[in-house]
Design a protein. Structure first.
Length: 161
């Protein structure tokens, strides 16, 4: 099983779009979310995915299992999701040997723009582009599964203070 090590950041401005080499639409929902374990279904453009993640070990790393599934199966699995779905556009932005995945959220999370970078280890160094804002790694408010029940629109003003 893969161990995902990623760091998350808010994004200061949309200048990253000029650097993006790809983008795609994502809709995702959660079949289960309990004690840090999640079972997620995702549709990315015309591909379906099923993902199982374990609880975070250190706030940065967690076990992850993901497989592509038929698109029709993914659509059917949305019937099992609790709390609706998250919709966003993801941009892939190269930075050195890695990529930032920058998510622009819609719906109840409109206005939230976050970037994450997957690393080989928690202490791996990487370049911080000028558009990268405050780090929010480990802040549960910014977990996609949390955004379903506590959307950004409800606490956005608190964050901006």
């Amino acid at each position: 099983m893969h161990i995902e090590t990623e760091r998350k950041f808010l994004v200061k401005d949309l200048s990253f779009k000029d650097l993006a080499v790809a983008s795609y639409e994502i809709r995702q929902g959660y079949i289960a979310h309990d004690g840090g374990n999640t079972v997620r279904v995702r549709i990315r453009d015309k591909q379906g995915f099923l993902t199982i993640k374990g609880p975070s070990v250190d706030g940065i790393s967690r076990h992850e299992w993901e497989r592509e599934i038929p698109l029709e199966d993914a659509r059917e699995l949305f019937l099992l999701c609790r709390g609706g779905s998250i919709e966003k556009t993801r941009y892939l932005v190269p930075e050195g040997p890695r990529f930032f995945e920058v998510d622009v959220f819609y719906g109840d999370n409109e206005g939230l723009v976050m970037a994450e970078i997957e690393l080989a280890s928690p202490d791996e160094a990487f370049e911080r582009p000028a558009w990268l804002g405050r780090e929010v790694t480990g802040d549960r408010r910014f977990y996609n599964s949390h955004l379903l029940n506590n959307p950004y629109k409800l606490w956005r003003e608190e964050l901006e203070k």
